[in-house]
Design a binder for this molecule. Structure first.
Ligand code: G4P
Length: 289
């Protein structure tokens, strides 16, 4: 087991300004589309967002689903549905699920559209604020949905300067997050999980420690994928020993017959992040909801 006194140090997130900015813009929008990382749907959320947006209609976009476990993604979608939140899987790398977004917005805002029709307000576009923590794929999503000719509209009357609006078509406009939404950095597990995916840089944490934690989790959740990838038949109980074995299997040895654990750690993280071990979800409904 790992010595728990070795914790990862995080810089504190400054949320007050963003919270204020988002609150100010809420009156201008009809719904909030929150992008999360399908591999870590808990850690990739901002812990205060639900409270900030209150009862604004809310859609969750489970992004990077090309790298997540499909069965786990399906369970998350069912879970959100049980909470009254619409969620869809998307993959901004290949464009999967992007087309479903607009229909989902319309479904979520059915009542609003009906009331527009009744009031004769035809042609009024729906406005959606897109939010997400850094690296979750917000820019990729906006680029995908707005296509090549992404129409950026800034400084429209009555709208705070610097806000980024995107006209998708005559029915839909998107507002990029005003400010930076931070994850719950102060939570050690959140920090580690963001470290696994590469959402935060390795330079501020110990690579070997991070890899050992990832290995513990993979042994618990996806032992078969690990066995297949690294030709392992069993896993030592101690995660440092497991990392040594992994390195040994790849011939990462140093003088004296010991394993180069630093190289093994870097290799494991790189292979996990590039989906070489398989489609993996590290946070599942069963343990987190
Ligand atoms: P942000 O605006 O929320 O900060 O995130 P951004 O779109 O810049 O995406 C962060 C990284 O995640 C980028 O990779 C991007 O390509 C990747 N990404 C976004 N969506 C998806 C997805 O659905 N699937 C996969 N596999 N990757 C996704 P990068 O390595 O930082 O840059 P690059 O590879 O695009 O050069």
């Amino acid at each position: 087991m790992i010595d728990n006194s070795q914790t990862i140090q995080w810089f504190p997130g400054h949320m007050a300004k963003t919270r204020r900015k988002i609150s100010e813009q809420l009156k201008l929008i009809d719904a909030v589309a929150e992008i999360v990382d399908a591999r870590i749907p808990v850690s990739s959320r901002n812990p205060e967002l639900n409270e900030i947006i209150g009862d604004k209609p809310h859609i969750i976009l489970l992004n990077k689903c090309d790298m997540a476990d499909d069965a786990a993604t399906k369970k998350w979608i069912e879970f959100y549905k049980s909470q009254g939140i619409f969620a869809i899987p998307i993959d901004c790398k290949n464009g999967k699920g992007i087309n479903a977004f607009k229909d989902t917005v319309k479904t979520v805002l059915t009542d609003k559209l009906q009331s527009y029709r009744e009031k004769g307000m035809v042609g009024k576009p729906l406005r959606v604020m897109v939010v997400g923590i850094p690296n979750v794929g917000k820019s990729s999503f906006i680029n995908r949905i707005a296509g090549g000719g992404r129409a950026k509209v800034e400084n429209r009357p009555g709208v705070t300067r610097g806000n980024q609006w995107f006209t998708i078509d005559k029915e839909l406009e998107l507002l990029d997050t005003p400010g930076v939404l931070w994850p719950k950095f102060e939570d050690k597990t959140v920090g580690e999980h963001l470290g696994f995916t590469g959402a935060v840089t390795d330079r501020i944490m110990d690579t070997e420690l991070l890899a050992m934690r990832l290995l513990e989790l993979l042994i618990l959740l996806y032992p078969e994928l690990l066995k297949e990838r690294y030709k392992m038949s069993e896993f030592p109980e101690d995660s440092y020993d497991a990392l040594c074995l992994l390195g040994k299997k790849r011939g990462m040895m140093i003088r004296g017959g010991e394993t180069d654990t630093e190289r093994a750690a870097a290799m494991l993280l790189e292979e996990y992040r590039n989906c070489k071990i398989g489609k993996i979800t590290l946070e599942r409904v069963e343990e987190n909801a």
